[in-house]
Design a protein around this ligand. Structure first.
Ligand code: ZDP
Length: 280
């Protein structure tokens, strides 16, 4: 299997170009092995490049545990950079089909090199059923969620994939490895959830730590940054444009007048390789 290893703010991916691989494999089954950092290539997930009938191209997303995700914000910047630089799609504004609908990355050049990718992430979804979450109709803003003996105040946002945002006074005091997986699998979330802990620094800056559904702690989460900005606006903590600081770096996110979320950040290719999947 040929692959490209890329990352966005240290959130790293194995890209497989299914337009060229002639014997596609079961990537859900292989994901835990390929993504293993000791026994495999090492990554937070796999991105599949596929043909689309409704857009320029299609992106498939598999988490490191083999589960499928609807969307991936850091991933789509990597995906767009690769598609553009390889000349697979000769456009700077690319329409990408995902399970979260059509997402539109725009290549930002500096001296003919891809300096960043700005992504039209579409509209955030706020109704409880759209997250999805069980319970009464309406939006989930500052709602109590009981996890064993602890009570969190959560705000839920879907960027195509589910996010549970928790604002805390001090991010370093949170045991993410303990609470992350418990909230991810809390029965109120029928499709599980990504979990973001957020400390507000100012109306234009927050620090965020993520526990990703299907992947655990990662250095950054693009859809999570977008959901965080949205939740920050809904709670009156943030302006409609803010910088989201993550372990792997920072993203600029804006909730524009047209109700779309725009996320801007880097995408880096690390290396290319060939792996014999029979030996994993
Ligand atoms: O929704 C999920 O299952 C996530 N684990 C998908 C990956 C999201 C990601 N971190 C992002 O940048 O949006 C890659």
């Amino acid at each position: 299997m040929n692959f490209v290893k890329m990352h966005g703010l240290g959130n790293d991916f194995i890209l497989v170009n299914l337009l060229e691989e002639d014997s596609p494999l079961d990537y859900s089954l292989l994901a835990p092995k390929l993504c293993d950092r000791n026994f495999g290539i090492g990554a937070d997930g796999i991105l599949l490049i596929m043909p689309s009938e409704t857009a320029d191209i299609k992106m498939g997303i598999i988490n490191s545990d083999g589960s499928e995700a609807e969307m991936c914000g850091n991933g789509i910047r990597c995906f767009a950079k690769f598609i553009y630089e390889e000349g697979i799609i000769n456009k700077k504004i690319i329409e990408v089909e995902t399970l979260a609908g059509k997402i539109i990355p725009e290549i930002i050049l500096d001296n003919n090199r891809v300096a960043a990718v700005r992504v039209d992430m579409g509209e955030p979804k706020l109704e409880r059923a759209q997250i999805p979450m069980f319970g009464e109709e309406g939006q989930v803003i500052k709602e109590k969620l009981k996890v064993f003996d602890k009570e969190f105040e959560i705000t839920a946002v879907s960027m195509g994939n589910p996010h549970c945002i928790i604002f805390v006074p001090n991010i370093t005091a949170i045991e993410i490895e303990k609470w992350g997986p418990l909230i991810e699998k809390h029965p109120v979330f029928p499709r599980k959830t990504n979990v973001e802990f957020v400390q507000v620094v100012s109306p234009s800056e927050v620090v965020m730590r993520v526990w990703e559904r299907g992947a655990g702690i990662t250095l950054a989460c693009g859809t999570g940054a977008c959901a965080t900005l949205t939740a920050g606006v809904l709670n009156n903590y943030l302006n409609r444009k803010a910088s989201i600081k993550l372990l792997g770096g920072e993203l600029t996110v804006e909730w524009a007048e047209n109700n779309h979320i725009y996320m801007t950040g880097p995408a880096i290719e690390v290396y290319r390789g060939v792996i014999n999947t029979d030996r994993l």
